[in-house]
Design a protein around this ligand. Structure first.
Ligand SMILES: C[S@@+](CC[C@H](N)C(=O)[O-])C[C@H]1O[C@@H](n2cnc3c(N)ncnc32)[C@H](O)[C@@H]1O
Length: 196
């Protein structure tokens, strides 16, 4: 299959589809950090949507629409109009990806703030359902594919916070993994379940 992994610089999902023999490309405005520039398209993903893809998995930016950003959206209980406008722009970008003319589409994002009236998600997943002891509520909007099945449920021990990942019991125990990076277990499950 011809597969586009939109808004992905880590190439985590792209590489898992490649392992299974698919013609997968990551696309991001940033250069890739996954070590395979030959599988990376560095440009605005909106320029790529009409290029005959069978499947697209997208990880659009969530900074301005995420519920986790509420304290900046409503500082002192008053709406920050500048931030709200950026949130609406992020929603417009998200909707362009979700409504692209591609037979199979998955868009991933955290829980959005309700002020943005995002469409209802198809599924909610957690890294701890895919072998990682991390809790991060992740929403999937899925078109033309089944829901992702958990592959290995483990006990969550790390929770997301402002600076990164904090252990539930040991405050000095941090996991420096970038908050926005796709977990390998989830990337593998996507390729194995949606690439067949
Ligand atoms: C939330 S991060 C997702 C990172 C991804 N999970 C990964 O493992 O690489 C959003 C990404 O979208 C990229 N991005 C933002 N606007 C874009 C655009 N118009 N076209 C392509 N990529 C874009 C950003 O550079 C950033 O890497």
């Amino acid at each position: 299959m011809k597969i586009l992994i939109a808004c992905e610089e880590s190439q985590a999902v792209c590489k898992e589809f490649r392992k299974l023999g698919h013609e997968a490309y990551s696309c991001d405005v940033l250069p890739c950090s996954g070590g395979h520039p030959e599988w990376h398209i560095q440009e605005d993903v909106l320029e790529q949507l009409n290029k005959g893809w069978d499947l697209m998995i997208a990880h659009p930016p969530c900074t301005f629409i995420s519920r986790a950003g509420t304290r900046w959206l409503f500082p002192k209980s008053k709406l920050n109009k500048e931030r709200y406008k950026k949130g609406l722009e992020a929603k417009e970008f998200f909707m362009k990806l979700l409504n692209a003319k591609i037979p199979m589409i998955v868009v991933e994002n955290p829980v959005p703030h309700k002020i943005f009236e995002m469409p209802k998600e198809t599924q909610i997943i957690q890294p701890y359902e895919f072998g990682h002891p991390h809790q991060k509520t992740t929403l999937l909007w899925i078109k033309g594919l089944p829901n992702l099945k958990p592959t290995k449920i483990v006990k969550p021990e790390y929770y997301i916070c402002k600076k990164g990942w904090r252990h539930s019991k040991f405050t000095a125990n941090w996991d420096a993994k970038k908050k926005s990076k796709t977990f390998l277990g989830i990337a593998k499950a996507m390729a194995e379940q949606w690439g067949s």
